[in-house]
Design a protein around this ligand. Structure first.
Ligand SMILES: Nc1nc2c(c(=O)[nH]1)N[C@H]1C(S)=C(S)[C@@H](COP(=O)(O)OP(=O)(O)OC[C@H]3O[C@@H](n4cnc5c(=O)[nH]c(N)nc54)[C@H](O)[C@@H]3O)O[C@H]1N2
Ligand SMILES: Nc1nc2c(c(=O)[nH]1)N[C@H]1C(S)=C(S)[C@@H](COP(=O)(O)OP(=O)(O)OC[C@H]3O[C@@H](n4cnc5c(=O)[nH]c(N)nc54)[C@H](O)[C@@H]3O)O[C@H]1N2
Ligand code: SF4
Ligand SMILES: [Mo]
Length: 716
């Protein structure tokens, strides 16, 4: 070794000695798979670097996608809020917690004195822990005594949740563990883009394919997910209910139903059969734009296989008939007896990190913890006892998320406590939403950053990220896991659960909101959910710590949790599933293309960004993949409209217009354009989207609007 090499090796050795490595176990903050991972923090004399490594677990088995790998970038971003901010003369200024909290209490008391208790409202989220979701419900009912609470899951899981509750009597995203996908013989993927949205569970489908499964995808676009399918039904947006009628009609006509199962376990089959007899398959072909031979192939394949699963996501669900469209897919499962046994079942692929748990414990306007009903006297009494209040004191049900915004516009709701959501970017008809929120007398936003909605707030409270906050999350399988904190809070930021308690206590409600840690809250949640549909009583931090998680229901401390649902009976009082008649046409009409607005607009996601993009647009590695929005358009359609590839276009609907860049793609239908919703302001696609709601679950129809598109040079 020469002198230079010796010196180099000496310095390398020295550097190694001074480098410190800190490893912490955590869970990805983004989607519903809740991949477990380790953050490795390396500190040397000159710099600090981070890297993320997957950790083995029964759901994602150590895999991570690009978002999980870079999640820490937003958590360490310089724009993270570290102090409460109050608006003075239109500008945000940092203030102490004491000042912020006493101002908030004063404003809430003033509004409630002038306009009544229900003039305050609460808007929550499914990206928070179970403990926090539970506290949000308690905060509205006991802290503020208002009936107006709802959450962003209304825009996400409400159609599938109501369909599951109506058909099965119970709503848990997946009725089976993910492992069962790999040995199911036929899988229908309806309006779900798993390859971009839950990428780390794709191997289950790849394995199923290797094992010989027949996979059917239903989507107006070819995506990385439809590529694994043997048959792709490229339907017209918004026509899933009719398509499912076509599949079901052929199954019934070809005698592929399981009559023994139907007789023993379901109600309503005869009515469904009669309804189907009156439908015309050629009309369904025309309506859906899917060739009858393909509908037939799907029906026969699904009907003939011994096992099968149907998975739906927002493509089917974010429609003005989302709830009943999902119920039609459940009709197919029940008619063929493919539920409650190995390799057969349903899955509503949940979305946000806690898309499942946050919809079970009282954030919904008509709900109390454990999936109890706020209108049921026994349920009210149970929860009131746990909370130490009189049942009569609990408010009744209010209205859904978007309807709360309508009430802000009408002046009935005057104040809002917003936690972990960015409704101006995520709700339909965004310009209306911004106008409605601007009318509020008082808005508090709890966030990591100043989102487009937080900009309108009077006070912004800084919260902690997934690395700093501890709590339980329930993943897409219904598996409850514990995410422990790996870092201390940034600056003066506080945990969401602390902030909720701080505000309640500033209102004089200490008696009901005194907890010393997240586990205290969880122990109360266990009692509140005990005996309910979503029973968490048997789950404890001790049972979760460092383990694989437990699937609910778990009613006792020695209960192992429930992998497969509905093996013996469904959750309705008579133990039977409820089939229902589903019309081809929705009760609430969707916009149809016309001379002025000739194209369907559908919306969704790309792998690198998350929801309204507040977090992922802060990450340099993720934003580099898509630094701006785009519009996917078929080249044939583009040529007719004089739109070149990669040029700016203006898209206009009856509600507004946005400017994005064109992207030619033969993968989309010629009558449809697609725009993701991860950008705000003039790229916010929700400025275009219609705001009609599903009559059953109040889900907005995000997936169908009518638009016109023009090259920007042609826009006057
Ligand atoms: N990368 C990424 N992953 C995410 C998220 C994210 O923002 N980014 N968000 C998470 C959340 S909260 C959610 S809810 C899930 C959403 O997960 P998905 O529901 O899978 O995602 P989307 O892209 O909204 O829609 C899925 C597919 O529906 C199709 N589609 C559009 N219109 C129709 C229609 O009328 N019928 C049918 N059958 N299909 C249609 C779209 O073309 C799209 O491919 O993803 C979660 N994971
Ligand atoms: N056009 C169209 N619109 C859609 C959809 C669609 O497919 N198309 N999908 C809908 C769906 S499925 C969903 S889920 C909604 C979601 O839409 P939103 O509810 O708006 O969700 P996010 O964009 O995640 O907003 C979360 C906000 O909370 C902040 N935040 C992140 N983590 C935390 C935390 O731990 N605590 C607190 N207090 N704040 C935090 C983030 O910085 C961000 O500002 O959008 C819906 N909107
Ligand atoms: S975004 Fe979803 S799939 Fe990707 S790492 Fe995070 S939890 Fe896993
Ligand atoms: Mo979602």
């Amino acid at each position: 070794m020469n002198v230079a090499d010796m010196l180099l090796s000496y310095f390398r050795e020295k550097q190694k000695q001074t480098q410190k490595e800190k490893v912490s176990d955590t869970q990805c903050p983004f989607c519903s798979v809740q991949c477990r991972m380790q953050l490795v923090e390396q500190t040397s004399v000159t710099r600090k670097t981070y890297r993320t490594v997957g950790l083995d677990n029964p759901t994602s088995k150590g895999r991570l996608c690009i978002k999980g790998l870079h999640a820490h970038q937003h958590a360490f971003h310089k724009d993270r809020l570290t102090q409460p901010l109050m608006k003075r003369n239109g500008e945000f200024v940092p203030v102490s917690w004491d000042k912020a909290l006493s101002y908030i209490a004063e404003q809430i008391q003033r509004i409630q004195k002038e306009d009544g208790k229900n003039a305050m409202s609460v808007y929550g989220s499914a990206s928070i822990t179970n403990e926090e979701a539970y506290l949000m419900g308690k905060f509205a009912r006991v802290g503020l005594e208002t009936k107006y609470i709802d959450y962003n899951g209304r825009l996400c899981m409400s159609a599938a949740a109501s369909a599951g509750a109506l058909t099965f009597g119970m709503d848990r995203g997946l009725t089976n563990k993910l492992d069962e996908i790999s040995y199911s013989e036929c899988i229908i993927l309806a309006g779900t883009n798993i390859a971009e949205c839950q990428p780390t569970i794709m191997p289950y489908f790849e394995q199923a394919k290797e094992n010989g499964a027949f996979i059917i995808a239903i989507d107006p676009r070819e995506t990385a997910t439809t590529k694994v399918a043997d048959l792709h039904l490229k339907l017209k947006p918004g026509t899933d209910a009719a398509l499912a009628n076509g599949i079901l009609k052929i199954i019934v006509d070809e005698n592929l139903t399981d009559q023994v199962f139907i007789q023993k376990r379901a109600n309503g089959f005869e009515e469904v059969r009669e309804h189907l007899a009156g439908l015309s398959l050629s009309e369904i072909e025309e309506k859906t734009g899917v060739a009858l031979k393909d509908i037939r192939r799907a029906a026969i394949s699904f009907g003939k296989k011994a096992t099968g699963m149907i998975l739906t996501a927002r493509g089917v669900e974010q429609q003005t008939d989302g709830s009943i469209a999902v119920r039609n897919f459940l009709n197919i499962l029940i008619a063929t007896g493919k539920i409650g046994k190995p390799g057969s079942g349903y899955g509503a692929i949940t979305g946000q990190s806690n898309g499942q748990g946050a919809r079970e414990h009282g954030q919904k306007t008509d709900q109390l913890p454990g999936y109890r009903s706020i209108e049921n006297e026994e349920h009210r009494a149970h929860v009131a006892k746990v909370w130490g209040v009189e049942p009569d004191r609990l408010p009744r049900k209010g209205v859904s998320a978007f309807e709360m915004i309508q009430k802000m516009d009408q002046g009935e709701i005057k104040g809002l406590f917003l936690l972990c959501s960015n409704p101006i970017v995520s709700n339909p008809n965004a310009r209306f939403v911004k106008k409605a929120l601007s009318k509020l007398k008082f808005l508090v936003a709890v966030d990591l950053f100043v989102s487009e909605t937080a900009k309108l707030a009077d006070v912004i409270l800084p919260t902690t990220s997934y690395l700093e906050d501890e709590g339980t999350m329930t993943n897409l399988e219904g598996r409850v896991t514990l995410r422990e904190a790996s870092k201390s809070a940034l600056g003066e930021a506080r945990h969401d659960w602390q902030i909720i308690c701080d505000v309640a206590n500033a209102l004089g409600k200490e008696q009901y909101f005194s907890y010393s840690c997240a586990e205290d809250i969880f122990n109360e949640l266990r009692q509140a959910s005990k005996g309910g549909t979503a029973d968490y009583y048997g789950i404890t931090y001790e049972r979760l710590r460092g383990k694989e998680g437990i699937l609910w229901p778990c009613p006792t401390l020695d209960h192992p949790g429930t992998g497969r649902l509905f093996e013996q009976s469904f959750a309705h009082p008579d133990g039977r599933a409820e089939m229902t008649v589903v019309p081809n046409e929705p009760a609430i009409q969707k916009e149809k293309p016309c001379d002025e607005y000739p194209l369907y607009l559908t919306t969704g996601r790309v792998m690198a960004h998350y929801l309204t993009g507040v977090q992922t647009r802060k990450s340099s590695s993720l934003s580099a993949r898509h630094f701006e929005s785009f519009m996917e358009i078929h080249p044939e359609t583009a040529k007719n409209l004089g739109i070149s590839d990669q040029t700016l276009v203006q898209i206009t609907s009856r509600r507004g217009s946005i400017i994005v860049r064109s992207r030619w793609s033969t993968q989309i239908r010629t009558d449809t354009v697609f725009v993701p919703f991860h950008w705000d302001e003039s790229q916010n696609v929700n400025r275009l989207v219609e705001d009609k709601l599903d009559p059953t679950c109040r889900m907005p129809g995000f997936k169908v609007s009518a638009v016109q598109v023009e090259a920007l040079d042609n826009v006057r």
